[in-house]
Design a protein around this ligand. Structure first.
Ligand SMILES: [Zn+2]
Ligand SMILES: [Zn+2]
Length: 100
């Protein structure tokens, strides 16, 4: 799985917007997840069913990471995410991902 895949919401298939983590460990955009929970509470990715509405944990590590990437995009002439990924130093991703 590439880094770009890991930062992609499996519901809207674009980069996370306000990522949240649910108890099974999967991440989604907050809005995507809440929209999918109109009828029942289950993970759109692994299909784990929750009896009650799980607490949404904001994935702060992931949020910070995305904000930084956004910053890089805005302040450079790079147009695509893939260009940004290629410039990131390797330890960066590991450090950010432990924050969730
Ligand atoms: Zn989404
Ligand atoms: Zn899941």
């Amino acid at each position: 799985m590439s880094l770009e895949d890991e930062l992609t919401c499996s519901i809207c298939l674009s980069t996370f917007d306000c990522p949240v983590t649910i108890p099974c460990g999967h991440n989604f955009c907050q809005d995507c997840l809440l929209a999918s929970w109109e009828d029942s509470y289950s993970c759109p990715q692994c299909r784990t069913v929750f009896d009650t509405k799980p607490e949404l944990k904001k994935n702060t590590g992931l949020c910070a990471y995305l904000l930084l990437l956004e910053h890089i995009c805005i302040n450079t002439t790079m147009s695509g995410w893939s260009e940004v990924w290629s410039l990131l130093p390797p330890p960066f991703s590991a450090a950010c991902w432990s924050g969730g």
